[in-house]
Design a protein around this ligand. Sequence first.
Ligand SMILES: *[C@@H]1O[C@H](CO)[C@@H](O)[C@H](O)[C@H]1NC(C)=O
Ligand SMILES: *[C@@H]1O[C@H](CO)[C@@H](O)[C@H](O)[C@H]1NC(C)=O
Ligand SMILES: *[C@@H]1O[C@H](CO)[C@@H](O)[C@H](O)[C@H]1NC(C)=O
Ligand SMILES: *[C@@H]1O[C@H](CO)[C@@H](O)[C@H](O)[C@H]1NC(C)=O
Ligand SMILES: *[C@@H]1O[C@H](CO)[C@@H](O)[C@H](O)[C@H]1NC(C)=O
Ligand SMILES: *[C@@H]1O[C@H](CO)[C@@H](O)[C@H](O)[C@H]1NC(C)=O
Length: 300
Amino acid sequence: MFLRPLLMFFETAVFISRVFGQETQSTPSGFNWDVIKYVFASGDSYSFVQGTRGCTNFSFIGDALNLPFTPQELLTDEIIPKMTSSEGSNWLEYLTRCFSGQPSACPRQLWNFAFAGADIDKALLPLHHEFTVPLVDQVNQWATYASNTIPHPPAQTLTTWWIGINDTGDTVDNSTITDINAFWELEMTSYFNAVNVAYRHGLRNHLFLNVPPGERAPATVNNSTKAAIQRFRILQFNTILARHISSFAAAHTATFGFANVTGFCTCADPAGFFWYNSGHPTEQVHEVLAKAIEAQLHLK
Ligand SMILES: *[C@@H]1O[C@H](CO)[C@@H](O)[C@H](O)[C@H]1NC(C)=O
Ligand SMILES: *[C@@H]1O[C@H](CO)[C@@H](O)[C@H](O)[C@H]1NC(C)=O
Ligand SMILES: *[C@@H]1O[C@H](CO)[C@@H](O)[C@H](O)[C@H]1NC(C)=O
Ligand SMILES: *[C@@H]1O[C@H](CO)[C@@H](O)[C@H](O)[C@H]1NC(C)=O
Ligand SMILES: *[C@@H]1O[C@H](CO)[C@@H](O)[C@H](O)[C@H]1NC(C)=O
Ligand SMILES: *[C@@H]1O[C@H](CO)[C@@H](O)[C@H](O)[C@H]1NC(C)=O
C-alpha cells in the first residue's frame, strides 16, 4: 500500500535473476529473502551509504585513489546513520534494516560498494571526479579486497545492481555518441562483465533495478527538449538492460547453481562445484539438501 505510489513514480522494474536455482529471470520462485543474511550493493548516489572509512558524501569505504583496505579496516568500518543522497536513510538500509554501525552487527549485513556519481565504466564515460569509483571498479574492489573477508554463501547472499542513472543523464548532450543503442551495448558489455566477476566469486542471487524516469526530476523537467531526449534514452537503456539480464540468467541455469558436477575442488571456496573431493559433496550441496528436507518437514 505504502510502496505503491513510490513504485509508480519510479516505474522501476525489479528483476530478481535467480541463477542459483533453475528459475528464470523475474520469477524468483525458490529465492528465499527470509534466509538472506548478506547483501552486497553496487551503484551510484541512489544506493551509497556513508561509512566512517568512506569518502565523505560518496562511499562506505575508500575511493578511486584509495581502493585497498585490510580485512580489519573493512570489518570495523561503520555505517553513519542518515547520511545518504536523501535527507535520511536509503532504500538499502530500509531493506536490510542495517541503518548504522558495523554491518556485521546487523541481522542482514549490508556491504555497500556503491559510489555516488558512478557511471558504469571509466573507459566509456569520464569520471565525475578523479576519485569516483565506477561500477566496474566497485565490483573489482569487492572481489579483490572484500570477497575473502565477508562470507557469501550462495543461498544466503543477495547482490544488488542499480546503475545507469548517471550514464543516461551524462550522455544527453554528448554529440560524439551518434549511435546510442550501440553505445548502450558497449555499456552493457562492461556491466555484465562485472556481473560475471561477481558470479565467478560465488554470488548467485542478483537483484537488478533499471533506470527510473530521470526526465521527471526538477533538474530536467523544465527543459522539454532535454526531457524528451533523456526519456527516450532511458527507455532504450532499460530495454537493452532487460535483454542482458535475460541472457545472463539463461547462461547460468545450472541446476541449483552447480556448474561443475563431474570434477571437484578441495578448496576453501568451491563455488559452483557439486563435489568437494572425489567422493563427498560440497557445503552448498548440504545446504540445498537441508532446505529440501526442511520444506518436507514443514508439510502438514
Ligand atoms: C556532505 O553533504 C552534506 C549534505 O548535503 C553537506 O552539508 C556537507 O557539507 C557535505 N560534506 C562535504 C565534505 O562535502
Ligand atoms: C550523477 O551524479 C552526480 C554526482 O557526481 C549528481 O550530482 C548528478 O545529479 C547525477 N546525475 C543525474 C543525471 O542524476
Ligand atoms: C562522450 O562520450 C564519449 C564516448 O562515446 C566519451 O569518450 C566522452 O568522454 C564523452 N564526453 C563527455 C563530455 O562526457
Ligand atoms: C531547470 O531547473 C534547474 C533547477 O531545478 C536549473 O538548474 C535549470 O537551470 C533550469 N533550466 C531551465 C531551462 O530553466
Ligand atoms: C535544454 O536542453 C538542451 C538539450 O540538453 C540544451 O541543449 C539546451 O541548452 C537546454 N536549454 C536551456 C535553456 O537550458
Ligand atoms: C570441472 O572441474 C574439473 C576440475 O577442476 C575440470 O577439470 C573440468 O574441466 C570442470 N568441468 C567443467 C564442465 O567445468
